[in-house]
Write a protein that binds this ligand. Structure first.
Ligand code: PGA
Length: 261
């Protein structure tokens, strides 16, 4: 995988938004897989600014969700559908028809999981999947010991993830759902390009294990080592535990511009 070390979260957002712009120039109806949480917000802000400035026409872009809480009432402001509409779909001026996600309030959750996994394939597959990483190494909501071959399915959140996400629910862990639907690791690995963004010292250990540790279900993000085109963008704080940081810096500095991310 390629590791790109940037000075700060803003710069990470810029670099990834630039890759999205390049993709949309190449393929105007690209399917962009988006992540939620705090980390990706600078990407969406940078992409919105670039589109607003006329860098690319994003009018035919398609957006898909990575995961969703189970059981939040439809329209709950912290459902990931609401978050993606608010942070990505509306700022880019896209209509809801260009947006797909799993139905976390379905009566039949297993069927909703299978339907979403199939819908991604039928849509032609994800062109670029943006990921954050949990402090426990999760991608999507594939918690430690998720099958590396997993498909979209229901998962139970760890206590740590519920603690991490309580800030979106007035700091009240009891409001954080226990269950989620997440694209599986096998599903994520089918995206043509996977881009993981991690910022802040709290992610440094998970990043080091993802990039330089063994491929292990204990660190779900380490499965990205098996992907032919995976890019890990980290700020200096999240890069702090990488042994090969200098090599990664030199590689990116010498990278031919035509190559993009
Ligand atoms: P965060 O979440 O960006 O809010 O830290 C990352 C994740 O859980 O994937």
């Amino acid at each position: 995988m390629e590791v790109v070390i940037v000075p700060d979260a803003q710069a990470g957002g810029e670099v990834i938004a630039e890759a999205m712009v390049a993709l949309l120039r190449r393929k105007p109806d690209a399917l962009l897989g988006v992540a939620t949480g705090s980390t990706p917000l600078p990407v969406y802000q940078a992409l919105t600014a670039k589109v607003g400035a006329g860098a690319v026409d994003a009018g035919r872009a398609r957006i898909c969700q990575l995961d969703e809480y189970v059981g939040l009432p439809a329209g709950h402001p912290e459902s990931y559908r609401s978050v993606v509409l608010r942070e990505v779909v509306e700022p880019l001026g896209l209509d809801q028809a260009s947006f797909m996600g799993p139905n976390g309030s379905a009566d039949d959750i297993p069927a909703a999981c299978v339907a979403y996994d199939r819908a991604l394939t039928e849509a032609g597959g994800v062109d670029l999947q943006l990921l954050g990483i949990g402090t426990d190494g999760h991608i999507g909501f594939n918690e430690p010991c998720s099958s590396l071959a997993s498909r979209t399915r229901i998962k139970t959140l760890t206590e740590q993830t519920r603690i991490d996400n309580a800030r979106f629910f007035d700091g009240d862990i009891d409001q954080v759902p226990h269950h989620v639907i997440t694209q599986g690791i096998g599903t994520i690995l089918e995206a043509r390009h996977v881009v993981l963004l991690a910022t802040g010292e709290g992610k440094a250990e998970a990043v080091a294990q993802t990039v330089e540790g063994p491929v292990s279900a204990l660190v779900p993000a380490s499965a990205l080592q098996l992907h032919p085109h995976a890019t890990v963008v980290v700020d200096e704080a999240a890069a702090a535990k990488l042994k090969l940081a200098d090599y990664f810096r030199a590689t990116f500095a010498a990278k031919p511009e035509w190559q993009g991310l």
